[in-house]
Design a protein around this ligand. Structure first.
Ligand code: GLA
Length: 388
């Protein structure tokens, strides 16, 4: 995590010399369950030890926000009552969160904020959810007497993505960033919102991310297209079964998908097929984890990669290459993590194979693409909180 002192020194320097309160929220990993959240399925994320740290202070104005992005050395001031809001993309997260918290009854007025983050951008580790949860935590504390519950903070973060940033995301990232707990993954049922903490200490194995440093753009976008495909399949299935209740692919069976295959078209069919398979895989991973069977967990991760690459089509050449290298090095499990279109693979690797795998991946990736992938050892950390 970013050092508190480095945020504080900039906050003092760029505003009126006074200090505020400091809040932090993490990015996330996801063991398995990709593109299932907006389909009412299961996900298996955990918070990481990298995130966003923000210092915030009420500034006494009606609606003026003075914001400083420390890492970008960029200052943007804007008014909360301006219906257009700021144009700068990072500032829209602050604007969006403030307006969404107002909708929840928090009387947000003017404030100063400086923030910094160490979640690698575009890596699929959800730096945006880290911002949203961090700002939610701060606004709830400064203006709302902490009355907004954690779940409503999650939903405000998701609404910010939908309403101000153009990404029709599910709830996994904001959930993980708010509810994260050190040492634990969480299995979330995205339909009922019930979840369970799973202490994750895979004896003899470790989780490592390989970042291709290829960036994805989710807004406006291939991500939203995938979601539309899934919703289209649900609509068709619902038409065939007027007696049933079909809200998401979670409510649909393999047989029902086959029934509409011809009418929805090949592309939507393949996408829905991936989602139904992924729903089953998350449950299978839970069973395997309960039995301590990490080899089985790994097999399922490879299956997810295959589906994300061939059926859901959110992979890219670089990620498929990293996946192949993992296989060739005997890595237990490997797959694209997050929304796709670049970013990281998540790898479950035996301790004794770890070193050789990293050396080989760096070398071969560099030979092919002219730069090494970045390596992040996964440390599962805590969710959004006030630091001081
Ligand atoms: C992005 C979205 C999430 C989820 C993942 C894919 O991270 O923000 O809601 O859909 O992609 O699993």
């Amino acid at each position: 995590m970013v050092e508190i002192e480095s945020v504080r020194s900039r906050f003092i320097k760029h505003f009126d010399g006074k200090t505020g309160n400091i809040y932090a929220a993490p990015g996330r990993i996801n063991l398995i369950g990709e593109h299932t959240d907006y389909n009412g399925g299961f996900v298996f994320p955990g918070a990481v030890d990298k995130g966003v740290v923000a210092e915030m202070r009420i500034n006494g104005t009606e609606d003026t926000v003075m914001a400083y992005a420390i890492d970008l050395k960029d200052r943007v001031d804007f008014h909360l009552n301006d219906p257009a809001g700021p144009r700068t993309s990072w500032a829209r997260y602050i604007y969006g969160m403030a307006l969404e918290m107002r909708k929840l009854g928090v009387p947000v007025k003017g404030f100063n904020i400086a923030f910094s983050g160490d979640v690698p951008l575009g890596a699929g580790m959800s730096s945006s959810a880290a911002m949203e949860s961090c700002f939610a935590c701060g606004l709830n504390d400064l203006f709302g007497e902490n009355k907004v519950s954690l779940w409503y903070m999650v939903l405000a973060g998701q609404a910010t993505e939908h309403n101000y940033c153009g990404v029709n995301c599910g709830i996994m990232d904001q959930f993980a960033s708010v509810f994260g707990k050190a040492g634990c993954l969480m299995r979330l049922d995205c339909r009922s919102r019930e979840f369970e903490y799973f202490p994750f200490k895979p004896d003899g194995y470790r989780l490592v991310l390989l970042d291709s440093v290829v960036k994805h753009q989710l807004a406006g976008s291939p991500y939203n297209d995938r979601r539309n495909s899934c919703e289209n399949v649900v609509k068709h299935i619902a038409k065939h079964h007027p007696e049933g209740k079909f809200e998401t692919l979670r409510d649909c069976t393999w047989e029902q998908l086959e029934e509409v295959k011809a009418e929805v078209g090949e592309e939507d069919y393949r996408r829905a097929k991936f989602v139904l398979g992924e729903k089953d895989r998350v449950l299978a991973v839970c069973e395997a984890l309960n039995e301590g069977d990490y080899e089985r967990v790994g097999e399922l991760m490879y299956q997810t990669h295959e589906g994300l690459s061939k059926d859901y089509e959110v992979s890219c050449e670089e990620l498929d290459f990293l996946n192949d290298i993992a296989k060739e090095n005997g890595v237990t499990g490997s797959r694209i993590m997050g929304g796709g279109f670049g970013g990281c693979t998540i790898n479950l690797v035996r301790n004794d194979l770890y070193r050789q795998f990293i050396v080989d991946a760096k070398k071969r990736f560099n030979e092919k693409y002219g730069h090494e992938p970045k390596v992040y050892d996964v440390v599962i950390g805590d969710g959004a909180r006030k630091l001081c």
